[in-house]
Write a protein that binds this ligand. Sequence first.
Ligand code: DGY
Length: 303
Amino acid sequence: MLAGVKVFATRRYPGAAFDELEDVEVLPLAELREPREDVEGLFLANEPVPLELLPRLRVVANFGVGYDRIDVEACAARGVIVTNTPGVLDAATADLAFALLLAARRQVVTGDRFVRSGGWSGSWSEGGLAEELSGSTLGIVGLGRIGSAVARRARGFDLRVLYTRRSDAGSELGEPRELDELLAESDLVSLHVPLTPETDGLLDARRLGLLRPGAVLVNTARGEIVDEPALIAELVSGRISAGLDVFAHEPEVPARLLELPNVVLTPHIGSATRQTREAMTRLAVDNLLAVERGDPLLTPVPG
Ligand code: DGY
């Protein structure tokens, strides 16, 4: 029970751990119009915190590893603790990145549509032959926790792995490259950097132009990391394919993308497995409980 910290959650988060917040109330932030003196804890999913309306706020528990929509500096300046849920979603997100790589490379979605259309008369002529995944080169942009989980999966597919990473430390998971080199050398590229001012628009038109003809770009990180209009232009030209789980203005998906056969689209479901979402709730609740008890935080976001 969180006796001393009154928590408001922006929705009911999945899993039994949510019920350990005995006093929790559900309060969608969109409904907050007036200052609320009673809100001391917020449980949300990467949503902007209306600090000006919440004078007694002490802690924000973010359901997710990415906190790009939370003004962490402003929270720190007001003494508001922010926590997130790193680690517990690595496997689920890496699995989805692989699902998108495979789906885009092996025409899984176009094949599915073809079968459903009733047009299959014994041979798959419409899409032509796919390029094989095995033996390809996979470029991982951001060899952090999730990127490393992708690299480990790549071994089972006999992929050669190139990577960029923030630190200079080497990794036995692949070969380090500068970003431009990685883009030019890879058949498959998967993005795993957080959205920050430095990574906003990281894959601009010039960098997208470095991708090899036939390359597959997968984004399970944040839509804003890629210049979306420039990506659409590349996809329209048919030069590359993509698997996209994230978009620059979610839940809006550019209409042009919906028409293209060479892109597979999913609705930001990288972490959306029962096990992972329950583990995210568990970790967020444990952070809230730690605040209440004065215990060390499990996964604080550096302020
Ligand atoms: C995250 O953890 O940042 C994901 O995008 C939310 O599922």
